[in-house]
Design a protein around this ligand. Structure first.
Ligand code: HEM
Length: 304
């Protein structure tokens, strides 16, 4: 790998395409044969692409368990790890979004929601990659997974809580005393994005019922007919509130889309077999479809 030396390049990355050696010569300004292209070897102790991004550590984390190992187990591991990274980024963005809503900063809230939606589209599209794995190929290493399952993804549960799908029971699915359980307990007690949106609505002239502003934060979002009346009024008179609400509907629909693509992928891969996590599998996953995160925003639609 080459180490960039351009003075304009403070990260030490240079052109990432060039650094990775892929298709570089077709990019303007990134020709490895050019005499002014950076060609110095890495200097011991200086920041490089690999040391900044912890590439050696990252690449050591894919450890198949099957004998051989089975070819597709690497894909299975990498795709789950990539999802966990996206969950981490979504949680990072959700915290930023909640803070923007609480200080009534519409531009930041809207742009953060846009980013979350773009990531979500990538997360949904990634299911296509997993669908290139055939049922026989998955069966060749499935027994190695033992009882482990995406059902145990603690970041996914954190994301559900942040989105307002709170269930105290989901905390008990993590081992007692584990860091994951502690984090989930914290998320359970924190305001969800909908709680932050309620404060944003109140700051923009909507009459938000007091009981919603003082609700038990550990409970899921419930529809409120009184709030729905206010939302209908806001859709007609408050364009920025309407804009934000539509982005929240996009997010809600996007999560439902991920669930749908996941269950269809599961059905084509394992049919009606039980899940490794012990659930009924496809039947369980179907029961999680079409549950809306922001029910008021769906309830009002036939009256708009
Ligand atoms: C061949 C690939 C996959 C199969 C066969 C599969 C199968 C299943 C099954 C059967 C369940 C139900 C729980 C159980 O009994 O295990 C489940 C849940 C789950 N899976 Fe997957 N899955 C696959 C890939 C993925 C990927 C790539 C992710 C990304 C993180 C993922 C995330 C989840 C999550 C978050 C749940 C819990 C859903 C909920 O409770 O609402 N799965 N999966």
């Amino acid at each position: 790998m080459t180490t960039p030396s351009s003075s304009a390049d403070r990260t030490g990355f240079g052109c990432p395409v060039h650094a990775m050696g892929a298709g570089a010569s077709s990019r303007p300004g990134c020709d490895p044969d050019r005499s002014d292209a950076p060609a110095q070897p890495a200097v011991a102790g200086s920041l490089t692409y690999g040391s900044y991004l912890k590439i050696p550590e990252l690449l050591s984390l894919q450890q198949p368990l099957s004998d051989g190992p089975e070819h597709d187990e690497t894909l299975f591991i990498i795709i789950h790890q990539v999802y966990e990274l996206w969950f981490k980024q979504q949680l990072h963005e959700a915290g930023y979004l909640a803070a923007a809503l609480l200080r009534n900063d519409h531009p930041t809230a809207a742009s953060t929601l846009r980013r979350m939606l773009t990531i979500l589209k990538t997360m949904v599209a990634q299911i296509d990659v997993l669908e290139t794995m055939t049922p026989t190929s998955f069966t060749s290493f499935r027994s190695r997974l033992s009882n482990s399952s995406g059902f145990q993804s603690s970041q996914f549960r954190e994301f559900e809580f942040v989105l307002g799908h709170k269930r105290p029971k989901a905390v008990t699915w993590q081992a007692e005393g584990s860091p994951e359980r502690t984090l989930l307990e914290r998320r359970l007690a924190e305001p969800s994005l909908w709680d932050a949106a309620l404060r944003y609505f109140a700051a923009n002239g909507m009459k938000v019922p007091q009981e919603l502003l003082q609700r038990d934060l550990t409970q899921p979002t419930e529809p409120s007919p009184a709030l729905q009346e206010e939302l209908i009024r806001a859709y007609q008179t408050l364009p920025s509130v309407r804009h934000l609400c539509e982005l929240l509907v996009d997010l809600d629909e996007g999560i439902q889309e991920w669930r749908y693509r996941h269950v269809k992928m599961v059905e084509r891969t394992i049919g009606m077999k039980m899940g490794t996590g012990g659930s009924a599998g496809v039947d369980y996953l179907r029961s999680t479809l079409f549950r809306s995160l922001f029910p008021d925003l769906w309830e009002i639609r036939s009256r708009l």
